[in-house]
Design a protein around this ligand. Structure first.
Ligand SMILES: [Zn+2]
Length: 333
Protein backbone atom coordinates (compact mmCIF):
# COMPACT_ATOMS: atom_id res chain seq x y z
CA UNK A 1 0.00 0.00 0.00
CA UNK A 2 1.31 3.46 -0.92
CA UNK A 3 0.11 6.07 1.52
CA UNK A 4 2.65 8.83 1.13
CA UNK A 5 3.92 10.04 -2.22
CA UNK A 6 5.43 13.27 -0.94
CA UNK A 7 8.85 12.23 -2.11
CA UNK A 8 7.92 11.54 -5.73
CA UNK A 9 10.37 13.62 -7.74
CA UNK A 10 9.62 15.45 -10.95
CA UNK A 11 11.70 13.15 -13.18
CA UNK A 12 9.72 10.22 -11.91
CA UNK A 13 6.43 12.05 -12.54
CA UNK A 14 7.46 12.60 -16.18
CA UNK A 15 9.10 9.23 -16.81
CA UNK A 16 6.43 7.13 -15.14
CA UNK A 17 3.51 9.35 -16.11
CA UNK A 18 2.38 9.63 -12.51
CA UNK A 19 -1.13 11.11 -12.42
CA UNK A 20 -2.63 13.85 -10.30
CA UNK A 21 -6.07 13.65 -8.70
CA UNK A 22 -8.52 16.09 -10.25
CA UNK A 23 -11.51 17.03 -8.10
CA UNK A 24 -14.61 18.97 -9.09
CA UNK A 25 -16.54 20.28 -6.09
CA UNK A 26 -20.11 21.20 -6.95
CA UNK A 27 -23.18 22.12 -4.92
CA UNK A 28 -24.64 18.59 -5.09
CA UNK A 29 -21.70 16.24 -5.73
CA UNK A 30 -17.94 15.95 -5.48
CA UNK A 31 -16.31 14.09 -8.38
CA UNK A 32 -12.72 12.90 -8.57
CA UNK A 33 -10.51 11.00 -11.04
CA UNK A 34 -6.87 10.40 -11.83
CA UNK A 35 -5.61 12.75 -14.56
CA UNK A 36 -2.65 12.45 -16.92
CA UNK A 37 -1.99 14.13 -20.31
CA UNK A 38 -5.24 16.15 -20.05
CA UNK A 39 -7.24 12.91 -19.98
CA UNK A 40 -8.97 10.73 -17.41
CA UNK A 41 -6.56 8.05 -16.18
CA UNK A 42 -9.21 6.29 -14.06
CA UNK A 43 -12.95 5.97 -13.80
CA UNK A 44 -14.39 9.04 -12.03
CA UNK A 45 -15.66 8.51 -8.49
CA UNK A 46 -18.30 10.67 -6.87
CA UNK A 47 -19.89 11.33 -3.49
CA UNK A 48 -22.74 13.66 -2.53
CA UNK A 49 -21.55 17.07 -1.29
CA UNK A 50 -22.05 17.05 2.49
CA UNK A 51 -23.23 20.08 4.45
CA UNK A 52 -20.67 22.46 5.95
CA UNK A 53 -17.03 23.21 5.15
CA UNK A 54 -15.50 20.72 7.62
CA UNK A 55 -17.51 17.84 6.17
CA UNK A 56 -16.67 18.89 2.60
CA UNK A 57 -12.93 18.98 3.34
CA UNK A 58 -13.23 15.56 5.01
CA UNK A 59 -15.05 14.12 1.96
CA UNK A 60 -12.35 15.47 -0.40
CA UNK A 61 -9.64 14.07 1.83
CA UNK A 62 -11.33 10.66 1.83
CA UNK A 63 -11.49 10.60 -1.99
CA UNK A 64 -7.78 11.46 -2.23
CA UNK A 65 -6.80 8.86 0.36
CA UNK A 66 -8.83 6.20 -1.47
CA UNK A 67 -6.77 6.88 -4.63
CA UNK A 68 -3.56 6.90 -2.57
CA UNK A 69 -4.23 3.31 -1.46
CA UNK A 70 -3.58 2.04 -5.00
CA UNK A 71 -1.68 4.78 -6.82
CA UNK A 72 1.36 6.98 -6.56
CA UNK A 73 0.11 10.57 -6.95
CA UNK A 74 1.85 13.70 -8.27
CA UNK A 75 -0.54 16.17 -6.62
CA UNK A 76 -4.11 17.32 -6.10
CA UNK A 77 -6.03 19.80 -8.26
CA UNK A 78 -9.38 21.09 -7.02
CA UNK A 79 -11.99 22.99 -9.02
CA UNK A 80 -14.50 24.73 -6.76
CA UNK A 81 -17.33 27.20 -7.14
CA UNK A 82 -16.56 30.63 -5.71
CA UNK A 83 -13.60 32.98 -5.97
CA UNK A 84 -10.26 31.46 -5.02
CA UNK A 85 -6.95 33.05 -4.05
CA UNK A 86 -4.78 30.66 -6.09
CA UNK A 87 -1.59 31.69 -4.24
CA UNK A 88 -2.90 30.62 -0.84
CA UNK A 89 -5.61 28.21 -2.05
CA UNK A 90 -8.16 29.95 0.22
CA UNK A 91 -11.79 30.39 -0.82
CA UNK A 92 -12.32 34.16 -0.71
CA UNK A 93 -15.67 34.62 -2.48
CA UNK A 94 -18.91 32.98 -1.52
CA UNK A 95 -21.33 31.02 -3.61
CA UNK A 96 -24.95 30.22 -2.85
CA UNK A 97 -24.35 26.54 -3.70
CA UNK A 98 -21.80 26.01 -0.90
CA UNK A 99 -22.94 27.91 2.22
CA UNK A 100 -20.13 28.80 4.64
CA UNK A 101 -17.40 27.81 2.16
CA UNK A 102 -15.75 31.27 2.15
CA UNK A 103 -12.67 31.38 4.36
CA UNK A 104 -11.85 27.68 4.02
CA UNK A 105 -8.03 27.21 3.82
CA UNK A 106 -8.45 24.22 1.50
CA UNK A 107 -4.91 23.98 0.09
CA UNK A 108 -3.30 24.28 3.51
CA UNK A 109 -5.45 21.56 5.06
CA UNK A 110 -5.01 19.10 2.17
CA UNK A 111 -1.25 19.61 1.88
CA UNK A 112 -0.76 19.10 5.61
CA UNK A 113 -2.91 15.93 5.66
CA UNK A 114 -1.71 14.31 2.40
CA UNK A 115 1.77 15.84 1.91
CA UNK A 116 0.85 16.27 -1.77
CA UNK A 117 1.25 19.56 -3.68
CA UNK A 118 -2.25 20.99 -4.03
CA UNK A 119 -3.76 23.60 -6.33
CA UNK A 120 -7.22 25.12 -5.80
CA UNK A 121 -8.90 27.13 -8.55
CA UNK A 122 -12.30 28.43 -9.56
CA UNK A 123 -14.30 25.75 -11.40
CA UNK A 124 -14.79 27.76 -14.59
CA UNK A 125 -11.06 28.55 -14.73
CA UNK A 126 -10.21 24.88 -14.26
CA UNK A 127 -12.68 23.86 -16.96
CA UNK A 128 -11.20 26.41 -19.40
CA UNK A 129 -7.73 25.05 -18.68
CA UNK A 130 -8.96 21.50 -19.28
CA UNK A 131 -10.61 22.43 -22.57
CA UNK A 132 -7.57 24.32 -23.82
CA UNK A 133 -5.20 21.49 -22.80
CA UNK A 134 -7.30 18.69 -24.30
CA UNK A 135 -8.09 20.76 -27.40
CA UNK A 136 -4.37 21.49 -28.09
CA UNK A 137 -4.99 25.22 -27.66
CA UNK A 138 -2.31 26.05 -25.08
CA UNK A 139 -0.19 27.74 -27.77
CA UNK A 140 -3.06 29.96 -28.92
CA UNK A 141 -2.83 33.69 -28.10
CA UNK A 142 -6.18 33.71 -26.32
CA UNK A 143 -8.83 31.10 -25.55
CA UNK A 144 -12.08 32.25 -23.95
CA UNK A 145 -14.46 29.67 -22.54
CA UNK A 146 -18.10 30.65 -22.02
CA UNK A 147 -20.20 28.37 -19.80
CA UNK A 148 -23.90 28.80 -20.41
CA UNK A 149 -25.84 27.19 -17.57
CA UNK A 150 -28.04 28.45 -14.75
CA UNK A 151 -25.66 31.43 -14.83
CA UNK A 152 -22.78 32.33 -17.17
CA UNK A 153 -19.23 31.48 -16.16
CA UNK A 154 -15.99 31.96 -18.01
CA UNK A 155 -12.29 31.30 -18.14
CA UNK A 156 -9.71 33.24 -20.12
CA UNK A 157 -6.32 31.85 -21.13
CA UNK A 158 -3.56 34.04 -22.56
CA UNK A 159 -0.46 32.32 -23.97
CA UNK A 160 -1.24 29.11 -22.08
CA UNK A 161 -1.78 30.84 -18.71
CA UNK A 162 -5.08 31.44 -16.96
CA UNK A 163 -5.88 35.11 -16.46
CA UNK A 164 -7.08 35.50 -12.88
CA UNK A 165 -7.19 39.30 -12.50
CA UNK A 166 -5.92 41.64 -9.79
CA UNK A 167 -8.40 40.36 -7.18
CA UNK A 168 -8.87 36.76 -8.39
CA UNK A 169 -12.15 37.74 -10.08
CA UNK A 170 -10.92 37.71 -13.71
CA UNK A 171 -13.23 35.86 -16.07
CA UNK A 172 -16.46 36.68 -14.17
CA UNK A 173 -17.96 37.37 -17.57
CA UNK A 174 -21.55 36.58 -16.54
CA UNK A 175 -21.76 40.01 -14.96
CA UNK A 176 -20.87 42.05 -18.03
CA UNK A 177 -23.55 44.74 -18.26
CA UNK A 178 -25.42 44.34 -21.55
CA UNK A 179 -28.50 46.54 -21.04
CA UNK A 180 -29.62 49.70 -19.25
CA UNK A 181 -32.65 51.00 -17.34
CA UNK A 182 -32.59 48.24 -14.69
CA UNK A 183 -34.70 45.86 -16.74
CA UNK A 184 -33.59 42.54 -15.29
CA UNK A 185 -32.23 41.83 -11.80
CA UNK A 186 -29.23 39.46 -11.71
CA UNK A 187 -28.62 36.89 -8.95
CA UNK A 188 -25.60 39.01 -7.92
CA UNK A 189 -27.85 41.93 -6.94
CA UNK A 190 -26.91 44.13 -9.91
CA UNK A 191 -29.17 44.86 -12.86
CA UNK A 192 -28.85 43.86 -16.50
CA UNK A 193 -25.88 41.50 -16.21
CA UNK A 194 -25.27 39.27 -19.22
CA UNK A 195 -26.42 36.14 -17.39
CA UNK A 196 -29.85 37.68 -16.73
CA UNK A 197 -30.23 37.48 -20.54
CA UNK A 198 -27.90 34.78 -21.85
CA UNK A 199 -28.11 32.06 -19.15
CA UNK A 200 -31.00 29.66 -18.59
CA UNK A 201 -32.78 32.21 -16.42
CA UNK A 202 -32.35 34.72 -19.26
CA UNK A 203 -34.11 32.48 -21.77
CA UNK A 204 -36.98 32.00 -19.30
CA UNK A 205 -37.20 35.77 -18.74
CA UNK A 206 -37.29 36.34 -22.50
CA UNK A 207 -39.99 33.67 -22.90
CA UNK A 208 -42.11 35.27 -20.16
CA UNK A 209 -41.79 38.71 -21.77
CA UNK A 210 -42.91 37.31 -25.13
CA UNK A 211 -45.85 35.49 -23.54
CA UNK A 212 -47.35 38.60 -21.99
CA UNK A 213 -50.64 39.35 -23.73
CA UNK A 214 -50.49 36.02 -25.58
CA UNK A 215 -53.43 33.67 -25.11
CA UNK A 216 -53.47 29.87 -24.75
CA UNK A 217 -54.98 29.42 -28.21
CA UNK A 218 -51.88 31.06 -29.72
CA UNK A 219 -49.37 28.82 -27.91
CA UNK A 220 -49.62 26.10 -25.24
CA UNK A 221 -46.71 27.88 -23.49
CA UNK A 222 -49.12 30.66 -22.40
CA UNK A 223 -50.64 28.29 -19.82
CA UNK A 224 -47.18 27.78 -18.29
CA UNK A 225 -46.35 31.47 -17.90
CA UNK A 226 -45.85 31.34 -14.11
CA UNK A 227 -43.83 28.11 -14.05
CA UNK A 228 -42.00 28.42 -17.39
CA UNK A 229 -38.66 26.53 -17.67
CA UNK A 230 -35.93 26.24 -20.31
CA UNK A 231 -37.14 22.66 -20.85
CA UNK A 232 -40.68 23.90 -21.67
CA UNK A 233 -39.26 26.34 -24.21
CA UNK A 234 -36.89 23.83 -25.82
CA UNK A 235 -39.66 21.21 -26.13
CA UNK A 236 -42.04 23.77 -27.66
CA UNK A 237 -39.25 24.88 -30.02
CA UNK A 238 -38.77 21.29 -31.21
CA UNK A 239 -42.55 21.07 -31.79
CA UNK A 240 -42.36 24.15 -34.04
CA UNK A 241 -43.93 26.69 -31.64
CA UNK A 242 -43.41 30.20 -33.02
CA UNK A 243 -43.13 31.95 -29.63
CA UNK A 244 -40.51 29.41 -28.51
CA UNK A 245 -38.67 29.94 -31.79
CA UNK A 246 -38.67 33.70 -31.21
CA UNK A 247 -37.49 33.23 -27.60
CA UNK A 248 -34.59 31.00 -28.68
CA UNK A 249 -33.61 33.37 -31.48
CA UNK A 250 -33.65 36.37 -29.11
CA UNK A 251 -31.62 34.32 -26.60
CA UNK A 252 -28.99 33.73 -29.33
CA UNK A 253 -28.89 37.52 -29.84
CA UNK A 254 -28.33 37.99 -26.11
CA UNK A 255 -25.58 35.36 -25.99
CA UNK A 256 -23.93 36.96 -29.03
CA UNK A 257 -24.09 40.45 -27.44
CA UNK A 258 -21.85 39.44 -24.53
CA UNK A 259 -19.49 37.54 -26.79
CA UNK A 260 -19.12 40.53 -29.14
CA UNK A 261 -17.96 42.66 -26.18
CA UNK A 262 -15.54 39.92 -25.14
CA UNK A 263 -14.27 39.57 -28.71
CA UNK A 264 -13.41 43.27 -28.89
CA UNK A 265 -11.55 43.20 -25.56
CA UNK A 266 -9.74 39.89 -26.00
CA UNK A 267 -9.50 39.32 -29.78
CA UNK A 268 -9.45 35.57 -29.02
CA UNK A 269 -8.43 32.75 -31.34
CA UNK A 270 -11.31 30.63 -30.05
CA UNK A 271 -14.50 30.85 -28.02
CA UNK A 272 -15.38 27.50 -26.44
CA UNK A 273 -19.08 27.39 -25.56
CA UNK A 274 -20.09 24.81 -22.98
CA UNK A 275 -22.54 24.20 -20.10
CA UNK A 276 -26.06 22.80 -19.90
CA UNK A 277 -27.49 25.48 -22.19
CA UNK A 278 -24.91 24.79 -24.94
CA UNK A 279 -27.20 22.00 -26.17
CA UNK A 280 -29.63 24.70 -27.34
CA UNK A 281 -26.95 26.66 -29.22
CA UNK A 282 -27.06 26.76 -33.01
CA UNK A 283 -23.30 27.25 -33.46
CA UNK A 284 -23.58 28.39 -37.07
CA UNK A 285 -26.15 31.05 -36.17
CA UNK A 286 -24.20 32.22 -33.10
CA UNK A 287 -20.97 32.49 -35.08
CA UNK A 288 -22.73 34.49 -37.78
CA UNK A 289 -24.32 36.84 -35.23
CA UNK A 290 -20.95 37.48 -33.57
CA UNK A 291 -18.93 38.05 -36.74
CA UNK A 292 -21.65 40.35 -38.15
CA UNK A 293 -21.27 42.60 -35.10
CA UNK A 294 -17.47 42.55 -34.82
CA UNK A 295 -14.80 44.66 -36.45
CA UNK A 296 -13.74 42.63 -39.52
CA UNK A 297 -10.18 42.09 -38.28
CA UNK A 298 -11.52 40.53 -35.07
CA UNK A 299 -14.52 38.68 -36.48
CA UNK A 300 -13.04 37.16 -39.63
CA UNK A 301 -10.71 34.64 -38.02
CA UNK A 302 -12.77 33.98 -34.92
CA UNK A 303 -13.65 30.36 -34.15
CA UNK A 304 -16.69 29.49 -32.03
CA UNK A 305 -16.74 25.84 -31.03
CA UNK A 306 -18.36 23.37 -28.71
CA UNK A 307 -16.66 21.78 -25.70
CA UNK A 308 -14.47 18.70 -26.21
CA UNK A 309 -14.65 17.52 -22.57
CA UNK A 310 -18.24 18.34 -21.55
CA UNK A 311 -18.89 17.79 -17.85
CA UNK A 312 -15.39 16.36 -17.28
CA UNK A 313 -13.60 19.65 -18.08
CA UNK A 314 -13.35 20.80 -14.44
CA UNK A 315 -11.86 17.55 -13.12
CA UNK A 316 -9.42 17.21 -16.03
CA UNK A 317 -8.42 20.90 -15.91
CA UNK A 318 -7.86 20.87 -12.14
CA UNK A 319 -5.60 17.82 -12.40
CA UNK A 320 -3.72 19.21 -15.39
CA UNK A 321 -3.11 22.57 -13.66
CA UNK A 322 -1.20 20.87 -10.83
CA UNK A 323 0.73 18.60 -13.25
CA UNK A 324 1.79 21.59 -15.39
CA UNK A 325 2.70 23.62 -12.30
CA UNK A 326 5.02 20.87 -11.09
CA UNK A 327 6.70 20.74 -14.52
CA UNK A 328 7.04 24.54 -14.59
CA UNK A 329 8.58 24.63 -11.14
CA UNK A 330 11.09 22.01 -12.25
CA UNK A 331 11.84 24.09 -15.39
CA UNK A 332 10.68 21.31 -17.70
CA UNK A 333 7.80 23.00 -19.42
ZN1 LIG B 1 -24.69 39.91 -12.04
Amino acid sequence: MITNSANVNIDSIIKNKIPAVGIDLGGTKIRAALIQDAKLASEPRQVPTPLGPDNIVQAILQLVQDFQKDHLLAGIGIATAGIVNCDTGDIIGSTGNLPGWTGTPLKQVLESKTLLPTVVDNDANAAAYGEASAGHLMHAKCVCMVTLGTGIGGGIIFDGQLYRGAHWGGGEIGHLKIAHNNQRLCTCGLFDCWEAYGAGIGLVNTGKELLRNITADQTPLAAKLDTLTTYDISQAYKAGDMIAKKAINTWHEHVATGMVSLAHILDPDVFIVTGGMADLVDFELLHEMITDRCLPRIGEGLVVQNSVLGGMAGIIGAGQIVLDLLLQKAGKN
